[in-house]
Design a protein. Structure first.
Length: 381
């Protein structure tokens, strides 16, 4: 029972901490992503119809929308260089997501009357070693030309322009290491695109619970060359990976629990040997060999489940204390986005663990029960 209790406690603690990290990762990921996004079905970009914006602005369930133009780019600052994604955004961009909350240096201003500024991911910023106190150095941005002129040289293959480094954001590694956010007019000019050319429209709903109904309303007036996707479809890989990781974690911990439960095989087998005289008494008062088998299965299942249930209560208590007081801190002296290990207990995890405890306890009780049955049969012979 003690072994089953320790296994169940470890299982609920590990799964709860995993849930905590999963929720934080998804929330950080979604901070960069809108509720809904309109994108072309085939091409990289599309020409924006003003009627779409007019219809979007009339939707009561929509909070805001932002026009986006993204492209691959090559960045250079002094002697440092890197490849990333140049994301052009309009003035409504920071209303459609929470990126502004994760700016760790500078502000959300991207342009004024004479200058275009950059908002750089912290990992890319460190790679380029940008000095924000040097007002004379700019961030060089290179975008491949669609139709290169004859001849060799970087000027023939790339469109080149410059951004003034101003701000840094830190959200999620995938974004921090490749994104540079700039004004959409700058990105359109660099890609030789007109003002109405965009790669997507990002949309924020007033109420997250109304996303599906808002999506249905937008879908009604979208032309055939465009489609609308939600966060799940935009980040399908992330959600699939988190589910697989949790499944693997659960299977590993379940295997450990199975190994711990093998104590029951030994202890119940010894119990059959020690209590052989009691089994004889039970036989004499009318118990059959099948009744003895059912009895040991019942004993093993109850003991295994009871021990596991008590261990699970202990694990839940530990999770509660960690969630309330944060006793176990994250390593790194505050370099993480959270100070202590996150804990999120889910009802489905508790139900799954209880089902697992009953199943394992029942299965490991079968062999000792069969041994008890055989012992009674031998006595009858």
């Amino acid at each position: 029972m003690f072994a089953m209790g320790i296994g169940a406690a470890a299982l609920i603690i590990v799964l709860s901490v995993f849930n905590g990290f999963e929720d934080i990762a998804v929330s950080l990921y979604e901070s960069f992503q809108p509720h809904l996004k309109i994108i072309p079905k085939q091409n990289k970009d599309f020409n924006l119809d003003e009627n779409i914006l007019l219809k979007l602005s009339k939707l009561d369930k929509m909070a805001s929308y932002s026009k986006i133009y993204e492209s691959k780019a090559y960045f250079k600052y002094l002697d440092k260089e890197s490849v990333g994604v140049l994301k052009g955004v309009d003035t409504q961009y920071f209303k459609t997501n929470k990126v502004a909350d994760y700016i760790i240096h500078g502000d959300s201003l991207l342009e004024d009357e004479s200058t275009s500024y950059s908002l750089v991911g912290i990992a890319l910023n460190d790679k380029l070693n940008i000095n924000y106190h040097d007002n004379f150095e700019s961030l060089s941005v290179y975008v491949p030309k669609v139709h290169s002129s004859a001849g060799f040289g970087i000027n023939n293959a790339f469109e080149i322009s410059y951004l003034t480094p101003r701000s840094v954001f830190s959200i999620y590694q995938e974004f921090d290491e490749k994104y540079v956010i700039a004004p959409i007019s700058f990105v359109q000019y660099l890609n030789n695109k007109e003002e109405h050319a965009i790669t997507s429209i990002e949309i924020k709903a007033k109420n997250p619970d109304a996303i599906h109904s808002l999506r249905a309303e937008i879908q009604e007036f979208l032309p055939n060359n465009l489609k609308i996707v939600d966060r799940l479809e935009s980040n399908e890989t992330l959600y699939r990976i988190t589910k697989i990781e949790k499944l693997i974690t659960f299977l590993i911990m379940s295997f450990i629990l199975v190994i711990l439960s093998l104590n029951f095989v030994g202890s119940l087998s010894m119990h059959v040997i020690e209590k052989i005289h009691d089994l004889i008494i039970l036989r004499n008062i009318g118990f059959t060999s099948m009744d003895i088998q059912k009895l040991y299965i019942c004993i093993g299942t109850i003991q295994g489940f009871l021990g596991g249930f008590m261990g699970m209560l202990l694990g839940l208590l530990i999770c509660f204390v960690q969630k309330q007081f944060g006793l176990i801190k994250m390593p790194g002296n505050g370099t993480f986005v959270i100070p202590d290990y996150p804990v999120v207990v889910k009802i489905e995890d508790i139900a799954l663990i209880m089902l697992l405890l009953v199943s394992i306890s029942f299965l490991v009780s079968i062999f000792p029960a069969l041994k008890a049955k055989e012992s009674i049969k031998n006595l009858e012979l």
